[in-house]
Write a protein that binds this ligand. Structure first.
Ligand code: ADP
Length: 244
Protein backbone atom coordinates (compact mmCIF):
# COMPACT_ATOMS: atom_id res chain seq x y z
CA UNK A 1 0.00 0.00 0.00
CA UNK A 2 1.22 3.50 -0.81
CA UNK A 3 1.76 6.11 1.82
CA UNK A 4 -1.45 8.05 2.33
CA UNK A 5 -0.96 11.77 2.22
CA UNK A 6 -1.78 14.26 4.87
CA UNK A 7 -4.71 16.44 3.91
CA UNK A 8 -5.25 18.77 6.81
CA UNK A 9 -3.01 19.68 9.70
CA UNK A 10 -4.58 21.74 12.49
CA UNK A 11 -2.19 23.13 15.11
CA UNK A 12 -2.99 24.97 18.33
CA UNK A 13 -6.27 26.29 16.96
CA UNK A 14 -8.04 28.79 19.19
CA UNK A 15 -11.33 30.63 18.88
CA UNK A 16 -12.42 33.18 21.44
CA UNK A 17 -15.81 34.89 21.77
CA UNK A 18 -15.71 37.94 24.07
CA UNK A 19 -13.10 36.39 26.31
CA UNK A 20 -14.71 32.93 26.28
CA UNK A 21 -12.50 30.30 24.64
CA UNK A 22 -14.70 27.95 22.60
CA UNK A 23 -11.82 26.15 20.84
CA UNK A 24 -8.84 25.91 23.13
CA UNK A 25 -5.64 24.79 21.43
CA UNK A 26 -6.87 21.97 19.18
CA UNK A 27 -4.45 19.79 17.19
CA UNK A 28 -5.87 17.54 14.49
CA UNK A 29 -4.26 15.61 11.65
CA UNK A 30 -6.45 14.29 8.88
CA UNK A 31 -5.14 11.85 6.30
CA UNK A 32 -6.45 10.91 2.89
CA UNK A 33 -9.24 8.38 3.31
CA UNK A 34 -10.07 9.32 6.90
CA UNK A 35 -13.72 9.18 7.84
CA UNK A 36 -13.22 11.08 11.07
CA UNK A 37 -16.09 11.54 13.46
CA UNK A 38 -15.98 14.58 15.71
CA UNK A 39 -18.04 13.99 18.81
CA UNK A 40 -18.48 15.56 22.23
CA UNK A 41 -21.19 16.98 24.46
CA UNK A 42 -23.19 20.07 23.49
CA UNK A 43 -21.02 23.16 23.74
CA UNK A 44 -17.78 21.17 23.33
CA UNK A 45 -16.76 23.38 20.40
CA UNK A 46 -17.40 21.02 17.46
CA UNK A 47 -19.28 23.47 15.26
CA UNK A 48 -16.92 26.31 16.15
CA UNK A 49 -13.96 24.13 15.17
CA UNK A 50 -15.57 23.45 11.77
CA UNK A 51 -16.41 27.16 11.44
CA UNK A 52 -12.77 28.06 12.15
CA UNK A 53 -11.40 25.55 9.62
CA UNK A 54 -13.76 26.87 6.93
CA UNK A 55 -13.09 30.53 7.68
CA UNK A 56 -16.49 31.45 9.15
CA UNK A 57 -15.06 32.58 12.47
CA UNK A 58 -11.65 34.17 13.13
CA UNK A 59 -9.13 31.87 14.79
CA UNK A 60 -5.48 31.78 15.76
CA UNK A 61 -3.06 28.92 15.25
CA UNK A 62 -2.64 27.04 12.01
CA UNK A 63 -4.79 25.06 9.60
CA UNK A 64 -2.65 23.79 6.73
CA UNK A 65 -4.15 22.05 3.70
CA UNK A 66 -1.35 20.18 1.95
CA UNK A 67 1.01 22.81 3.31
CA UNK A 68 -1.13 25.85 2.38
CA UNK A 69 -2.16 27.97 5.38
CA UNK A 70 -5.91 28.60 5.57
CA UNK A 71 -6.07 30.80 8.67
CA UNK A 72 -6.70 34.38 7.61
CA UNK A 73 -8.15 33.38 4.23
CA UNK A 74 -11.74 34.18 3.27
CA UNK A 75 -14.50 31.55 3.16
CA UNK A 76 -14.71 31.39 -0.65
CA UNK A 77 -10.95 31.13 -0.98
CA UNK A 78 -10.86 28.23 1.49
CA UNK A 79 -13.69 26.57 -0.45
CA UNK A 80 -11.71 26.98 -3.66
CA UNK A 81 -8.75 25.31 -1.97
CA UNK A 82 -10.94 22.22 -1.63
CA UNK A 83 -12.28 22.51 1.92
CA UNK A 84 -16.08 22.35 1.85
CA UNK A 85 -18.81 21.95 4.41
CA UNK A 86 -22.48 21.30 4.83
CA UNK A 87 -24.77 22.76 7.47
CA UNK A 88 -27.39 21.04 9.61
CA UNK A 89 -30.11 22.48 7.39
CA UNK A 90 -29.37 21.65 3.78
CA UNK A 91 -29.37 24.72 1.57
CA UNK A 92 -30.25 23.83 -2.00
CA UNK A 93 -32.07 25.90 -4.63
CA UNK A 94 -35.55 24.40 -4.27
CA UNK A 95 -36.96 25.73 -7.57
CA UNK A 96 -34.04 24.46 -9.62
CA UNK A 97 -33.47 20.90 -10.72
CA UNK A 98 -30.91 18.60 -9.13
CA UNK A 99 -28.75 19.03 -12.23
CA UNK A 100 -29.00 22.82 -12.12
CA UNK A 101 -28.02 22.81 -8.45
CA UNK A 102 -24.91 20.80 -9.30
CA UNK A 103 -24.21 23.00 -12.32
CA UNK A 104 -24.31 26.13 -10.21
CA UNK A 105 -22.08 24.59 -7.55
CA UNK A 106 -19.60 23.49 -10.22
CA UNK A 107 -19.48 27.00 -11.61
CA UNK A 108 -19.47 28.80 -8.26
CA UNK A 109 -18.03 32.21 -8.90
CA UNK A 110 -19.33 32.37 -12.47
CA UNK A 111 -22.70 33.84 -13.33
CA UNK A 112 -25.55 31.51 -12.41
CA UNK A 113 -27.61 32.86 -15.31
CA UNK A 114 -24.92 32.06 -17.84
CA UNK A 115 -24.86 28.53 -16.51
CA UNK A 116 -28.62 28.16 -16.61
CA UNK A 117 -28.78 29.32 -20.21
CA UNK A 118 -26.21 26.76 -21.28
CA UNK A 119 -27.90 23.62 -22.58
CA UNK A 120 -26.90 20.13 -23.41
CA UNK A 121 -23.88 18.29 -22.16
CA UNK A 122 -23.41 17.27 -18.54
CA UNK A 123 -19.79 17.30 -17.41
CA UNK A 124 -18.17 14.01 -16.34
CA UNK A 125 -17.69 15.57 -12.92
CA UNK A 126 -21.42 16.16 -12.53
CA UNK A 127 -22.20 12.67 -13.83
CA UNK A 128 -19.85 11.32 -11.18
CA UNK A 129 -21.55 13.34 -8.43
CA UNK A 130 -24.97 12.06 -9.58
CA UNK A 131 -23.64 8.52 -9.51
CA UNK A 132 -21.95 8.82 -6.09
CA UNK A 133 -24.99 10.44 -4.48
CA UNK A 134 -27.46 8.09 -6.17
CA UNK A 135 -29.48 11.05 -7.43
CA UNK A 136 -29.13 10.29 -11.15
CA UNK A 137 -32.76 9.28 -11.58
CA UNK A 138 -33.87 12.58 -10.02
CA UNK A 139 -31.59 14.83 -12.07
CA UNK A 140 -34.42 16.76 -13.74
CA UNK A 141 -36.64 17.03 -10.67
CA UNK A 142 -36.81 20.28 -8.70
CA UNK A 143 -34.67 20.00 -5.58
CA UNK A 144 -37.68 21.18 -3.57
CA UNK A 145 -39.43 17.82 -3.98
CA UNK A 146 -36.48 15.78 -2.67
CA UNK A 147 -36.80 13.93 0.62
CA UNK A 148 -34.83 15.30 3.57
CA UNK A 149 -32.06 12.73 3.10
CA UNK A 150 -31.80 13.34 -0.62
CA UNK A 151 -31.30 17.06 -0.03
CA UNK A 152 -28.37 16.28 2.24
CA UNK A 153 -26.90 14.03 -0.46
CA UNK A 154 -27.38 16.77 -3.06
CA UNK A 155 -25.50 19.17 -0.82
CA UNK A 156 -22.65 16.67 -0.58
CA UNK A 157 -22.78 16.33 -4.38
CA UNK A 158 -22.46 20.11 -4.62
CA UNK A 159 -19.24 19.91 -2.60
CA UNK A 160 -17.92 17.13 -4.82
CA UNK A 161 -18.42 19.14 -8.03
CA UNK A 162 -16.58 22.03 -6.35
CA UNK A 163 -13.62 19.61 -6.10
CA UNK A 164 -13.73 19.56 -2.32
CA UNK A 165 -11.35 16.90 -1.04
CA UNK A 166 -11.81 17.83 2.61
CA UNK A 167 -15.52 17.64 3.43
CA UNK A 168 -16.85 18.73 6.80
CA UNK A 169 -20.41 17.59 7.46
CA UNK A 170 -22.44 18.98 10.34
CA UNK A 171 -24.79 16.28 11.66
CA UNK A 172 -25.55 14.83 8.24
CA UNK A 173 -27.97 12.17 9.50
CA UNK A 174 -29.99 14.33 11.89
CA UNK A 175 -33.67 13.74 11.19
CA UNK A 176 -32.99 10.85 8.82
CA UNK A 177 -34.76 7.50 8.76
CA UNK A 178 -32.83 4.32 9.48
CA UNK A 179 -32.54 3.50 5.77
CA UNK A 180 -31.38 7.02 4.94
CA UNK A 181 -28.68 6.72 7.61
CA UNK A 182 -27.42 3.50 6.05
CA UNK A 183 -27.43 5.12 2.62
CA UNK A 184 -25.56 8.13 3.98
CA UNK A 185 -22.92 5.92 5.58
CA UNK A 186 -22.39 4.11 2.31
CA UNK A 187 -22.21 7.44 0.50
CA UNK A 188 -19.53 8.63 2.93
CA UNK A 189 -17.54 5.46 2.25
CA UNK A 190 -17.82 6.04 -1.49
CA UNK A 191 -16.55 9.62 -1.25
CA UNK A 192 -13.99 8.84 1.43
CA UNK A 193 -11.30 6.92 -0.44
CA UNK A 194 -9.45 9.74 -2.16
CA UNK A 195 -10.75 12.44 0.12
CA UNK A 196 -11.06 13.21 3.80
CA UNK A 197 -14.41 13.46 5.53
CA UNK A 198 -15.07 14.98 8.96
CA UNK A 199 -18.48 14.26 10.43
CA UNK A 200 -19.82 16.19 13.41
CA UNK A 201 -22.29 13.77 14.90
CA UNK A 202 -24.41 12.93 17.92
CA UNK A 203 -25.60 9.58 16.62
CA UNK A 204 -23.33 7.02 18.28
CA UNK A 205 -24.72 4.04 16.38
CA UNK A 206 -23.97 5.81 13.11
CA UNK A 207 -20.46 6.58 14.35
CA UNK A 208 -19.81 2.97 15.40
CA UNK A 209 -20.89 1.73 11.99
CA UNK A 210 -18.93 4.08 9.80
CA UNK A 211 -16.11 5.97 11.56
CA UNK A 212 -12.52 5.04 10.69
CA UNK A 213 -11.32 7.31 13.52
CA UNK A 214 -12.84 9.50 16.21
CA UNK A 215 -11.86 12.74 17.89
CA UNK A 216 -13.66 13.60 21.12
CA UNK A 217 -13.89 17.28 22.01
CA UNK A 218 -14.68 18.49 25.48
CA UNK A 219 -14.62 22.10 26.69
CA UNK A 220 -12.81 23.20 23.55
CA UNK A 221 -10.01 20.66 23.84
CA UNK A 222 -9.29 17.25 22.36
CA UNK A 223 -10.21 14.80 25.13
CA UNK A 224 -9.41 11.62 23.24
CA UNK A 225 -8.62 10.36 19.77
CA UNK A 226 -8.36 6.95 18.14
CA UNK A 227 -10.46 4.15 16.75
CA UNK A 228 -14.07 3.74 17.86
CA UNK A 229 -12.97 0.94 20.23
CA UNK A 230 -10.11 2.98 21.73
CA UNK A 231 -12.27 6.03 22.29
CA UNK A 232 -15.13 4.01 23.79
CA UNK A 233 -12.76 2.28 26.20
CA UNK A 234 -11.28 5.58 27.38
CA UNK A 235 -12.36 6.37 30.97
CA UNK A 236 -12.19 10.12 30.28
CA UNK A 237 -14.69 9.67 27.45
CA UNK A 238 -16.96 7.44 29.55
CA UNK A 239 -16.98 10.16 32.18
CA UNK A 240 -18.32 12.82 29.81
CA UNK A 241 -20.76 10.36 28.23
CA UNK A 242 -22.19 8.84 31.41
CA UNK A 243 -24.65 6.15 30.56
CA UNK A 244 -23.68 5.53 26.92
P1 ADP B 1 -20.88 22.17 19.84
O1 ADP B 1 -20.96 22.28 18.34
O2 ADP B 1 -19.88 21.17 20.30
O3 ADP B 1 -22.21 21.94 20.49
P2 ADP B 1 -20.28 24.99 19.69
O4 ADP B 1 -19.08 25.06 18.85
O5 ADP B 1 -21.58 25.30 19.05
O6 ADP B 1 -20.34 23.57 20.41
O7 ADP B 1 -20.12 25.97 20.92
C1 ADP B 1 -18.99 25.95 21.77
C2 ADP B 1 -19.13 27.02 22.82
O8 ADP B 1 -18.97 28.30 22.20
C3 ADP B 1 -20.49 27.04 23.50
O9 ADP B 1 -20.30 27.35 24.87
C4 ADP B 1 -21.22 28.15 22.79
O10 ADP B 1 -22.18 28.74 23.63
C5 ADP B 1 -20.10 29.11 22.45
N1 ADP B 1 -20.37 29.87 21.23
C6 ADP B 1 -20.53 29.37 19.99
N2 ADP B 1 -20.72 30.34 19.09
C7 ADP B 1 -20.68 31.52 19.78
C8 ADP B 1 -20.81 32.90 19.43
N3 ADP B 1 -21.02 33.27 18.17
N4 ADP B 1 -20.70 33.82 20.42
C9 ADP B 1 -20.48 33.44 21.68
N5 ADP B 1 -20.34 32.16 22.09
C10 ADP B 1 -20.45 31.21 21.16
Amino acid sequence: AGMSSQYLEVRDLRVTFDGFTAVDGVDLTLMQGDLRFLIGPNGAGKTTLVDAITGLVPATGSVAKSGVELIGKKVHKIARLGVGRTFQTASVFEQLSVLQNLDIAAGAGRSALTLLRRRGSVSPQIEEALEITGLGHLRDKPAGILAHGQKQWLEIGMLLVQNADVLLLDEPVAGMSHDEREETGNLLRRIGGERTVVVVEHDMDFMRAFATSVTVLHAGKVLAEGTVEEVQADPKVQQVYLGT
